[in-house]
Design a protein around this ligand. Sequence first.
Ligand SMILES: Nc1ncnc2c1ncn2[C@@H]1O[C@H](COP(=O)(O)OP(=O)(O)O)[C@@H](O)[C@H]1O
Ligand SMILES: [Mg+2]
Length: 218
Amino acid sequence: MASYFVTGTDTGAGKTFSSVALLHALRAGGASAVGMKPVASGCEATAGGLRNDDALALQAASDPRPDYALVNPYALPEPTAPQIAAERAGVRIHLGPIVEAYRHLQGLSGQIVVEGVGGWLAPLADDLEQSDLVRALDLPVILVVGLRLGCLNHARLTARAIQADGCRLHGWIGSNIEPLEPRYIALVAQALPVPCLGVLPHAPGVPPATLAANLAVG
Ligand SMILES: Nc1ncnc2c1ncn2[C@@H]1O[C@H](COP(=O)(O)OP(=O)(O)O)[C@@H](O)[C@H]1O
Ligand SMILES: [Mg+2]
């Protein structure tokens, strides 16, 4: 039983796709698992309030199903960097409300998957790094490598940055956002200092929940 922070080699690397698969993989043994997207920019206004697609996907992949506000304490309308989206919404992003929502989720489940924003060094606010959140929640980090040409560089840079920030890199997940030759994936595996927890095949249109068996976690 463990909780994880999920970062990626970039935005669009497959963090949400992999986090949904991960939530289902964590539940394979029968235990509960819930998702969280603490800061989400790009939201739709609904009757229930602002809603973000990533947060909705994580909420739907959660069992038990937490209230939306616990999954996504900072829902920002504009689809841009959190610093800009927050400024335009007149919001200041602080660690406190995120940690408080996380503590509530801990009351629901011993397994929480927290999806970050963009890549590792994308700031949450002028004075708040994702590494600050990871340290505050004391979470091991899973790096999602969006498998496409060029990801070898991004994966190595990100792994170094996570470790240089004093955070614990637990493992990596490959998500084949493009079909990529196995030899290249083997190079990524060789270059990263932590085990591969699984590779999700290029599966456009396939619900990531059905790919949970590709991941070895628990
Ligand atoms: N293994 C995969 N096969 C097919 N499509 C994928 C795969 N992984 C990710 N995608 C697609 O790539 C896009 C970006 O993935 P997403 O999980 O939203 O990235 P992130 O959360 O890192 O921004 C989405 O449209 C997603 O469905
Ligand atoms: Mg996402």
